[in-house]
Write a protein that binds this ligand. Structure first.
Ligand SMILES: *Cc1c(COP(=O)(O)O)cnc(C)c1O
Length: 337
């Protein structure tokens, strides 16, 4: 992804923190007679697209001479920032909900980060991190703008891989919107540089059990409602109080796109279907594929459609395998308390 160095706001090359990651393969895949391109962002060093943002954010942290950071996460962003901090020799403290998947916790520990298990919800973990961030740099993937300067490379890569053309539609996950907003930023860069003419329609996917932004978009309001989230297999997008909710609604709306939700059954089915085709993906990633399948049912024939595999199945083997089913209770029982 650092092939786009000129577009990344870092002052000195020597501050770059990288594993030579990115430019993930884009493969066409058939869904019931309709084809879409899938970007394999589960093949990043820490197993999710969050490495895009972490590489740029931690590079900036190094450039600022900061020696210690804190972050809160449902797992993958914490793992990504912890890995890049390890590479840069920066101390990292990660706040996660106590129920976070064991695979995600193991990798955060392996990277040598200080792991803080916070009882309660994802929002409780965020509040604990913000208290700690009063004294320490907050390397948050959804607050810190430098994270989005990394996730925007998703759009550059997609266009380059299509022969410097933009797709008509991209189907992306939506929790905190770091990929939605990053991709939008990247496509707008390319339009400003006259590389592409039009920004693709963004279809943003939420889990039906936790869909505050979908609800607000549907009601035509920009205010994100307070919801009572139900548990979902797609814990990585289960964000009940998205900080940038309004920004996400505006960005998606401007592209002519929209939001859709997927059920627990659709998420489970999509994950199993992908496994049978040779893609071992985590349930949160399966939610986006379920959204893609939903979109393809009514998509105009001529559209070029791109979606993404956001996270590797090895992150959550206990929930990604054939033994798991679409009932939410199954996943909940396997969680570490
Ligand atoms: C973070 C994440 C998402 C959702 O990204 P947001 O920035 O919260 O919208 C989707 N899938 C996986 C695997 C993730 O780690």
């Amino acid at each position: 992804m650092w092939r786009y160095r000129a577009a990344i706001p870092l002052t000195r090359n020597s501050n770059t923190v990288s594993f030579d990651e990115g430019f993930t393969p884009l493969v066409p895949l058939d869904f019931g007679g309709r084809s879409a391109f899938l970007k394999q962002d589960h093949l990043f060093p820490t197993g999710s697209f969050k490495d895009r943002g972490a590489s740029v954010l931690v590079s900036k942290v190094r450039e600022l001479g900061i020696k210690k950071v804190v972050i809160d996460s449902s797992g993958n962003a914490g793992a990504a920032v912890a890995a890049y901090c390890a590479r840069a020799g920066i101390m990292c403290e990660v706040f996660v909900p106590a129920g976070t998947l064991p695979g995600k916790l193991a990798s955060i520990r392996a990277y040598g980060a200080k792991l803080r298990l916070v009882p309660g919800t994802r929002e409780d973990a965020a509040r604990a991190a913000r208290r700690s961030a009063v004294r320490t740099y907050y390397a948050s993937h959804y607050w810190n703008p430098f994270f989005f300067q990394g996730t925007k490379t998703f759009a550059y890569e997609v266009c380059e891989q299509l022969g410097w053309r933009a797709p008509d539609v991209i189907v992306l996950p939506c929790g905190n919107g770091t990929l939605v907003l990053g991709a939008d930023l990247g496509f707008r860069d390319l339009r400003a540089a006259k590389v592409i003419k039009r920004i693709p329609k963004i279809i943003a996917v939420q889990a039906a059990n936790c869909a505050p932004i979908y609800q607000s978009f549907r009601s035509g309001r920009r205010l994100v409602p307070r919801i009572k989230p139900r548990p979902t297999l797609a814990e990585g997008i289960a964000i009940a109080e998205p900080l940038r909710g309004r920004q996400i609604i505006d960005a998606v709306g401007k592209t002519g796109g929209s939001f859709l939700t997927v059920s627990e059954k659709e998420i489970g089915d999509a994950g199993r279907d992908m496994g049978r085709r040779g893609f071992f993906i985590e349930p949160t990633a399966a939610a986006t594929i379920a959204g893609l399948i939903r979109y393809l049912e009514r998509a105009p024939k001529k559209e070029t459609i791109v979606s993404v595999i956001t996270g590797h199945g090895l992150k959550a083997p206990e929930k990604s395998g054939p033994a798991s089913d679409s009932r939410t209770g199954d996943g909940a029982r396997l969680r570490v308390r």
